[in-house]
Design a protein around this ligand. Sequence first.
Ligand SMILES: Nc1ncnc2c1ncn2[C@@H]1O[C@H](COP(=O)(O)OP(=O)(O)OP(=O)(O)O)[C@@H](O)[C@H]1O
Ligand SMILES: [Mg+2]
Length: 372
Amino acid sequence: MSAPTIVDSMAPDRLQPTVRVEALDYFYGEGESRNQVLFDNRIEIEAGQFVVMTGPSGAGKTTLLTLVGALRSVQEGRIEVLGHDLSTLGRRELVATRRHVGFIFQMHNLFDALSAYENVKMAMQLGDCPVAEMRQRGTAILDRLGLGNRVDYMPQSLSGGQRQRVAIARALVNRPKLVLADEPTAALDRESAHKVVDLLKETTIEQGSTVVMVTHDHRIIEKADRLVHMVDGRIASDVVLHDAMRICEFLKTVDAFSYLTPIELTNVAEKMTKRQFIAGDVIIRQGEAGEEFFLISDGMVEVMREGHDVAELGAGDFFGEASLITGEPRNATVVAKDNLDTYVLGKPDFRAAIEASRSFRDQLYRVYFLRH
Ligand SMILES: Nc1ncnc2c1ncn2[C@@H]1O[C@H](COP(=O)(O)OP(=O)(O)OP(=O)(O)O)[C@@H](O)[C@H]1O
Ligand SMILES: [Mg+2]
C-alpha cells in the first residue's frame, strides 16, 4: 500500500447551506392596499437537497421562490444564496449570483427566431461551457428531455409541453448550483414529467445542485428529499423524507467525513443502513473475514484484542475499516457496551466509496495508520 497523502484543501464554505432564509416577510401593494403575503419564514437548504414545496393556491410559494431567486427584492428579513446576503449585493454581484441559479417558471420566454438548440446555446454562452463542447452538451440535454428529434425545430413548431422542456434544458444546461422550479411539469404528460424530474434528481446527486420545486404532483413528491408545505404565507411543515439525508447530516459532523464534498457525502450516505445492537452484542470478531464498515451514531463499544480491552469508541467513531482496506481478517473484536445505533456500509459499497473519493480514502488511511 502506498503512503497516504492527506488532503486539506477543503473549501471552508463547502458545507454552508445553499439557501438560508431568516425572518422573511413580504408585502404586495402600498398604503391602504398593502397586503402581507409572507410571514416570518425561515428555512435552510443544504447543497444536494431535492426540496418539493406544496401548498394551496395563494399560499405564497411563487413569491418565496422569486425572492430566493433575487427576482424581487427582500423587504424584511434576510435571504442568503450561495453564501451571499441578497440585500447587500450590488447590481453586478446580483447578476453574478443569478448566474448560478437555474429558473424554471411557467412563463418560458423562448426566442421565437431561434431553434430549440439555439435557445439552449444562448444560455451556454453566458456560462462556462467551452464553445467546442456546446453542440454536444446542448443536444445531449435536449435528448435527455425527449427532444432529440426536435433539436433544430423553431418554437412555433413545438407543442407547449415541448417548449416548456426547451426552457428546462436552457435552465439546466449550465449546471446551476441552485434550481428554482415553479410547477415545471404542469404542462407535461406523465412520461415527460418523469424525464424532467429524473434529470433534476440527477443534478442533485451528480452535481450536488440544490433543487427547490413547487409541484402538486404526488408522483413527484415521492422523489423529494424534503417536503416543505406552505399555508397562508407561512411554512406550515418541513419534513426530511430520506434517511440518507439524516445520515448525511451526521456524517458531516464526523471528522473523517468532513472533507467530503456534499455529493460524495450523499453517495456514501445513500448506501448506509441503520443497525441497532444491544449491550453485549459482538459486532465483529477477531479473526473473521471483514464484510462491513461501522459508524457509531449513538452508544459505546469496547474494542478487544486477544481478549484484552484496547479501546473504547463512541458516537462519531468508526470501526471495521482495517480488514476492508487490507483484505486481512478482523484484527479486533468489537462489543456493544450499551444500546448502540450504527450506520453500516457493506464491503462493495465501502470499496466503491473509496474508489470514488480520494479524500475519503485519505481520511480513512490517516485514521487507520494512527491507530497502529
Ligand atoms: N403581483 C402581485 N400583486 C399583488 N398581490 C400578489 C401579487 N402576486 C401574488 N399576490 C398575492 O400574494 C399571495 C401569494 O401569491 P403566490 O403567487 O406567491 O401564491 P402561490 O402559492 O404561488 O399560489 P399558486 O399555487 O396559485 O401559484 C396571493 O394572495 C396573491 O394574491
Ligand atoms: Mg404560484
